[in-house]
Design a protein around this ligand. Structure first.
Ligand SMILES: Nc1ncnc2c1ncn2[C@@H]1O[C@H](COP(=O)(O)OP(=O)(O)OP(=O)(O)O)[C@@H](O)[C@H]1O
Length: 826
């Protein structure tokens, strides 16, 4: 109803306007005559065009709203909602996600990831590194490879094809800029006319000039706001493209977010500290998008102005005059540029130091409890002061450099250039004695205004060098980010080699050619991984920390060999730092297999539990079902009652009483966002709390104790019911009685589990023991009914002897203590 009214109003406004125009132009022609206005003059026409086009835009906008509203009413009935539609829309080949907006959920469509595109783009980056080498950091005001890098980002991410919405916006921006400059010329002429009429005491003409001025204001305001709107829109589109591109690479199943730490670019040109990737992905992308979008405005506007004004001025002051002005601009501008500080370097250092300062504060918040226990306030304060002082001294250097440059800049751009303007605009009047006084004033006003506008355009162009310099710095950072992401995303990712390994097929090259290219990386990734194996088998596998040294890197364990079948549980024991978790990293393919054969079940049949309990910002339910969503859980046929059962199994049933329900979210506002959907023919309420919104004040890590967190993770294991579970120290914070119950339960539920632990007491729940003694020594044994089995009698005798000697030592110690106690009593 409301829509209909809006359409009617817009249609009415257009017809009323047409009516008014006809009346004004035809019937009331005498009004124009009275005011001395020409109905066909540019101000009148421009005024009418801007009014009618804005009415048209309002009409089209409202019509589109009505069409969309009707389409939604007819096609998107709520009862037709299916859970699939929420995540993957087959008809449109895109993913839909819910984004909270004004107390409701907006469905945002995200195009499906096109792997081929990224593989193709990778080639461009590889070619770039090959052709441009890896020279040191640029000392120039604008980075030496700036344009090349910008071109790569532009072509691959910002505007990947000619017919792209962003090209349309750019074209619109250019047209608006030309229109604006043209209108400035008209206004300049009008300005001269008004002053001439005033001096010549021509009242009616003066009044006409004022009316024209008011009429001009309409199209000029439209165009100025249009330029600003298009600039903001373009910046937003650039940012969206870049963020999605980075997320596609970073959040890939190839686990780029993990591998980034091993991407060791040594060259300054491509170096990136993965600890600060958050700053690259958030702040830098935002800065890059904003400064690139406004760069068109900052450079494009004065350039268009300069060209237009110069051409127009040539008619007034002649070619020699205009050449003189431009020469003055050129020489003073070059002088200024020569004395400009390296804003590119200044900006890059500032960003880096700010990143360190920001990360330090983040770390302090994250570890506040630990630091408080250690009473580490003083040392932390010293550290933060040191970091801030570095930032402060950089700011001081920057301010000083800017001050000196600013002096020169102000003198030349603000005062010298307008002085040239006055001089050259006065020349025609001084040299042309035949002009009347009012005509020479008009000519002077027009020329002066044009000169000042030209000087202003020139100085804006010079000021934009500073912007260009910081754009060059941020382009460099964005290019480095994309390059590093592509390197870590490469199928043949060469750990630790960075640019040297990017694009090289080390795996397949001959030993001789490899040692010439990379003297340290003398052996590549030669291991074989076999999946869908009904068990776990390690055949002659070395455990090596990934690095540029390749297979010659730090060897934690050598030639590890063991095998278990489905249904047989394994315990891995060993001292701290021997490489237990690293075995898990090999199985999950986070680390490369440099040699040997690894046979493992299909990835869908394995569930990994890491040493640190990973709990995140979401509801209690989300913690149990991670990494599934609530809809996926319901689709699989699980209900909240099942989850409550798992919580009871691990002894956390009381959490339901404490928090009220599984919907509990540490951040209450997040649970308010809900959706009703039909899943498996049942109407269910879906909470979007797993979107991760929260104020961060309360989280599961602070709400639960260490043991409770581990129990919650075990509930997660029970929920997923994968055949193979690999657990890294899963119960080290859980009391012995519950540890017993948990392992018994997992055995009863017929999980095949591989446990990494220090606790020998866990042997009784396992069928096999892998005892890691040192880098070159390990024992793999079958455990029988909780007792160790031995390969030969000698070994069993040795074991019993050591146990007996331990017992003897204990007896001796007991005697000593008893005698000490009796002595003290006496
Ligand atoms: N990304 C890495 N870069 C360099 N060294 C690493 C890396 N990850 C692990 N290491 C080293 O590998 C060694 C084995 O680590 P791992 O985590 O496997 O030990 P662990 O046996 O599980 O020890 P713990 O029982 O204390 O958990 C450690 O000395 C560690 O410093």
């Amino acid at each position: 109803m409301e829509m209909g009214e809006k359409v009617m109003n817009s249609a009415l406004s257009v017809s009323v306007l047409r009516d008014v125009v006809t009346r004004l132009r035809l019937k009331n022609n005498h009004v124009f005559r009275l005011l001395n206005i020409n109905p066909n003059s540019k101000p009148v026409l421009l005024f009418l065009v801007s009014i009618s086009s804005s009415s048209l835009i309002v009409l089209v906008y409202n019509l589109m709203k009505v069409v969309n509203y009707t389409k939604q009413r007819i096609f998107d009935k709520p009862e037709m909602s299916s859970p699939r539609r929420q995540f993957y829309n087959k008809s449109t080949e895109c993913r839909e996600i819910n984004v909270p907006y004004k107390n409701r959920n907006l469905k945002v469509k995200i195009d499906r990831m096109n792997q081929d595109r990224y593989e193709h783009d990778k080639l461009t980056f590889k070619r770039f590194t090959r052709e441009n080498g890896s020279e040191g950091i640029s000392e120039l005001v604008v980075e030496s490879k700036f344009l090349k890098k910008l071109f790569v980002i532009w072509r691959l991410v910002l505007i990947p094809k000619v017919l792209h919405p962003n090209s349309t916006i750019l074209l619109g921006q250019l047209l608006c800029l030309i229109a604006r400059t043209w209108m400035s010329l008209l206004v300049t002429k009008l300005d001269g006319q008004i002053v001439r009429d005033l001096i010549g005491l021509r009242g009616r003409s003066f009044l006409r000039g004022i009316i024209y001025w008011f009429l001009f204001a309409f199209p000029a305001s439209y165009i100025n706001s249009g330029i600003k709107f298009l600039t903001h829109r373009l910046a937003l589109n650039f940012r969206t493209n870049l963020v999605r591109y980075c997320h596609d690479l970073y959040m890939d199943p190839r686990m780029v977010y993990y591998k980034m730490q091993f991407n060791g670019n040594q060259s300054e040109m491509y170096k990136m500290d993965s600890n600060y990737i958050d700053q690259y992905m958030t702040e830098d992308i935002k800065k890059f998008s904003n400064s690139l979008a406004s760069m068109f405005l900052n450079v494009g506007k004065p350039t268009v102005d300069l060209i237009f004004f110069a051409v127009y001025l040539r008619d007034n002051i002649g070619s020699i005059g205009i050449a003189g002005i431009l020469m003055c601009y050129f020489f003073t501008g070059s002088y200024l540029k020569k004395h400009s500080p390296n804003f590119n370097k200044i900006w890059k250092t500032k960003t880096h130091l700010e990143g360190i300062y920001y990360n330090y504060n983040l770390n302090l918040i994250k570890n506040c409890e630990e630091i408080s226990f250690y009473q580490g306030t003083v040392i932390e304060k010293n550290k933060v002061h040191k970091i801030f002082n570095n930032l402060l001294s950089h700011f001081t250097t920057e301010i000083n450099a800017k001050f000196h440059y600013g002096l020169l800049e102000e003198y030349i751009l603000k005062y010298a250039w307008p002085a040239f303007g006055y001089f050259f605009s006065g020349l025609p009047i001084l040299l042309n004695y035949n002009l009347s006084e009012s005509d020479s004033i008009k000519s002077f006003i027009v020329n002066k205004r044009l000169m000042l506008s030209m000087a202003d355009a020139g100085s804006r162009l010079m000021y934009s060098i500073k912007d260009l310099s910081s754009l060059s710095g941020v382009t460099d950072r964005i290019f480095t980010l994309l390059l590093n992401l592509h390197q870590a995303h490469d199928q043949n990712f060469q750990y630790g080699l960075g640019v040297n390994g990017f694009g090289s097929q080390l795996k397949f090259t001959s030993f001789a050619s490899r040692s010439i290219l990379y003297p340290n990386a003398q052996a590549g990734i030669n291991g074989t991984i076999q999946t869908s194996y009904p068990g776990l088998r390690f055949e002659q596998i070395p455990v090596i920390v990934p690095s540029s040294e390749g297979a010659n890197g730090t060897k934690l364990l050598s030639r590890l060999t063991f095998k278990i079948n489905q249904g047989e549980n394994l315990l891995i024991l060993g001292r701290n730092g021997i490489g237990k978790t690293s075995i898990l990293r090999l199985i999950s393919e986070l680390w490369p297999l440099y040699d040997g054969l690894l046979s493992k079940p299909s990835p869908n049949d394995i569930f990994y539990v890491s040493q640190k309990s990973y709990l995140f910002n979401g509801s209690l339910r989300d913690q149990i079902i991670y990494p599934l969503s609530q809809i996926q859980m319901l689709e699989k046929g699980y209900s909240d009652e099942d989850l409550e059962g798992y919580l009871n199994d691990v002894g956390l049933g009381y959490l339901l009483d404490r928090f009220g329900s599984l919907d509990y979210h540490p951040n209450e506002t997040a649970t308010m966002l809900s959706d009703e959907l039909i899943v498996n023919d049942k109407k269910v309420k879906i909470y979007n709390s797993n979107l991760g919104f929260g104020d961060g004040k309360k989280n599961w890590d602070t709400l639960l104790s260490g043991g409770e967190r581990q129990k919650l993770i075990i509930a997660r294991v029970l929920f997923h019911q994968k055949r193979f579970v690999i657990l890294d120290e899963p119960t080290n914070a859980i009391s012995y009685d519950y540890e017993d119950a948990i392992f018994e339960m997992m055995k009863a539920k017929k999980f095949t589990f591989i446990t990494i632990s220090h606790r020998e007491t866990l042997i009784k729940y396992h069928d096999y023991l892998l005892q890691l003694n040192s880098a070159n020594s390990f024992e793999f044994k079958k455990v029988d009914g909780g007792l160790r089995t031995f390969d030969n009698v000698e070994k069993e005798i040795d074991f019993l002897k050591s146990e007996l000697s331990d017992l003897e030592q204990v007896k001796e110690r007991k005697k000593e203590l008893v005698s000490l106690l009796s002595g003290s009593e006496e």
